[in-house]
Design a protein around this ligand. Structure first.
Ligand code: MLC
Ligand code: AMP
Length: 514
């Protein structure tokens, strides 16, 4: 049977093997970085082989997880590709996560290998060794660290390990509305099918150049953008961090850009963003959070380009997309279900709803994940009897088939494209001395789209300080999870059942940042 390893499919698109790009060879540029480095396809081929050989030399058990919390760099991409190549499972972690968060992920996933920044080696290795991890390496964004030092001694020849479509390629932690984060298990088949569909649907072609400006620990930057360029044998302009001025400067050299809505908002604030700057661009993709219609319209006016909005999840990769060609890209909608994806809108009784009616979005397809890591119960709960995954998003389908997301049934705030789970933040606040209870709600924000605002109630006789609560959270949680405002109030609004009315709080604070 053909090797279904995702890496094998990506490598097959490297220029030398591609009949479409006869001018390109393995020695042409695959990645150009913002600090002046260039990497050829041959560099990717060799370095991933060396790192894969290093992983193989560790004699890891089948299905071993390689957990990685490092700054964005080309070497970090190589490590991701090498993990696939060697047949292991990649587990990316947001660099903003602090020790309590990392302790949970490492304890839950039990990775055989952990790779971290050298500045974090002290505390990360302590957590890892305690959890039974035997191999902890460092990797920094200046091409230093023990991982590269060790890989430098390994052979640059490596045969891609055979994997079946159903074998795990990655685990992405995504939090739940209750309880702790869940690891979404994505297979080689999930990721490859999605990459191939998007290559076709978004019209990737020879000569395309992608500006990669997203973090590489979530679906958007790690899979959609990266796989898109690699499976098309396309060059990437690699930005270690999103910087609107730098993107603007690089736009004339590029044809494709992908971003969360905040990136578009920040680019629009640049006076130099105009048609001329976008003259060679072919495609702007937005997703991970709702794109405001104002942003969509202003982008069209300023650049002459219509942003293509799509919709996805960690559990499913990409689900829907506005059309690239042969149809209108409609602002405020996320387009159509991608080829191979079945999407339906259901009522509470599990019946499909007619056109225009609002209900729960459920999906099925080769892109839908295998389940939550070591949580069979939770996995069963999130799938219907006929195999559809419950996204937790609420939406409708219009008469032309365009899907609009109108809200979420899951209690989730999406801030600048990052997910913040109120239950997690509330748990931390509720554990603080003198706190009786708390509620975190999402309110509109001009830059991040939505941000968290905390309302905290003191125990009788206790005095609370909002700034002390925020400081307490900062010491424990990733920075993007910190509420942008915190209020100490006398009570929380409740319905007759005693349930906190978060909608009332959202209404109360909706103009806080306008
Ligand atoms: C940073 N900050 C945020 C934040 N990012 N606050 C809320 N939400 C965010 N997303 C805060 C920090 O806490 C800090 O606050 C201050 O802003 C500056 O931090 P920074 O790191 O310098 O910020 P910046 O570099 O400007 O980052 C903003 C950003 C980044 C928009 C570039 O958040 C980002 O890259 N977002 C993209 C996330 C993404 O890739 N999502 C895809 C998920 S995949 P303080 O107070 O400490 O100074 C997915 C599926 C799908 O959802 O469909 O794609
Ligand atoms: P994550 O768990 O980080 O993968 O986030 C997935 C969630 O992001 C989805 O369930 C949606 O709620 C949201 N999302 C992704 N793309 C879009 C979009 N284009 N519009 C609105 N919400 C989106």
């Amino acid at each position: 049977m053909k090797n279904q390893n995702l890496f094998a499919a990506l490598r097959a698109a490297f220029p030398e093997s591609s009949p479409e790009s006869s001018a390109a060879t393995l020695d042409t540029t695959a990645i150009e970085t913002d600090n002046g480095l260039t990497y050829s396809w041959r560099d990717l081929e060799r370095a991933t082989a060396m790192m894969a050989n290093l992983l193989a030399s560790l004699r890891l058990p089948a299905g071993a997880r390689v957990a990685v919390q490092v700054e964005k760099s080309v070497e970090a991409v190589m490590l991701y590709l090498a993990t696939l190549r060697a047949g292991y499972v990649f587990l990316p972690l947001n660099t903003a996560y602090q020790s309590a968060e990392i302790e949970y992920f490492i304890g839950n996933a039990e990775p055989a290998v952990v790779v971290c920044s050298s500045k974090n080696f002290g505390w990360v290795s302590k957590i890892a060794f305690k959890a039974g991890t035997q191999n902890v390496f460092t990797l920094d964004d200046d091409r230093t660290g023990s991982l590269l030092a060790r890989a430098a001694h390994c052979s640059d020849q490596h045969e891609v390990v055979a994997r079946q479509a159903d074998d795990l390629a990655a685990i992405l932690y995504t939090s739940g509305t209750t309880g702790r984060s869940k690891g979404a298990m994505l297979t080689h088949g999930n990721l490859l099918s999605n990459a191939l569909v998007l290559k076709e649907y978004w019209g990737w072609k020879p000569g395309d150049v992608l500006i990669h400006a997203l973090p590489i620990f979530h679906v958007h930057g790690l899979f959609v953008a990266l796989h898109g360029a690699l499976i098309n044998g396309s060059k990437m302009i690699w930005l270690s961090k999103f910087d609107p001025k730098l993107v603007l400067q690089k736009l004339p050299e590029a044809t494709v850009f992908m971003g969360v809505p905040t990136l578009y908002v920040r680019l629009l604030a640049e006076p130099g963003l105009n048609r001329e700057a976008c003259r060679n661009m072919r495609l702007f993709v937005a997703g991970s959070a709702p794109l405001l219609i104002e942003t969509f319209n202003e982008w069209q006016q300023r650049t002459g380009h219509t942003i293509l909005e799509r919709y996805g999840m960690s559990e499913t990769a990409m689900l829907t997309s506005n059309p690239y060609q042969g149809g209108e890209r409609r602002g405020g909608t996320v387009g159509f279900a991608l080829p191979g994806v079945s999407l339906r809108v259901q009522d509470e009784a599990g019946q499909s709803l007619p056109v225009g009616e609002i209900g729960s979005i459920e999906v099925k397809g080769p892109n839908v994940f295998k389940g939550y890591w070591r949580m069979p119960e939770k996995t069963r709960e999130e799938f219907t009897a006929d195999g559809y995954f419950r996204t937790g998003d609420v939406g409708k389908i219009d008469e032309r088939g365009y899907i609009t997301i109108v809200g979420r049934s899951k209690d989730l705030i999406i801030s600048g494209g990052y997910n913040v789970y109120p239950a997690e933040i509330e748990d931390y606040i509720n554990d603080m001395p003198g706190v009786a209870e708390s509620a975190l709600v999402g309110v509109p924000h001009p830059d991040f789209g939505e941000v968290g605002v905390a309302v905290v109630i003191a125990k009788p006789g206790a005095t609370l300080s909002a700034s002390a609560i925020v400081a307490g959270l900062k010491a424990k949680l990733a920075n993007f999870k910190i509420p942008k405002q915190c209020f100490v109030a006398s009570e929380l609004p409740r319905n007759t059942m005693g349930k906190v009315q978060k909608n009332v709080l959202r209404e109360q604070y909706k103009a806080l940042f306008s």
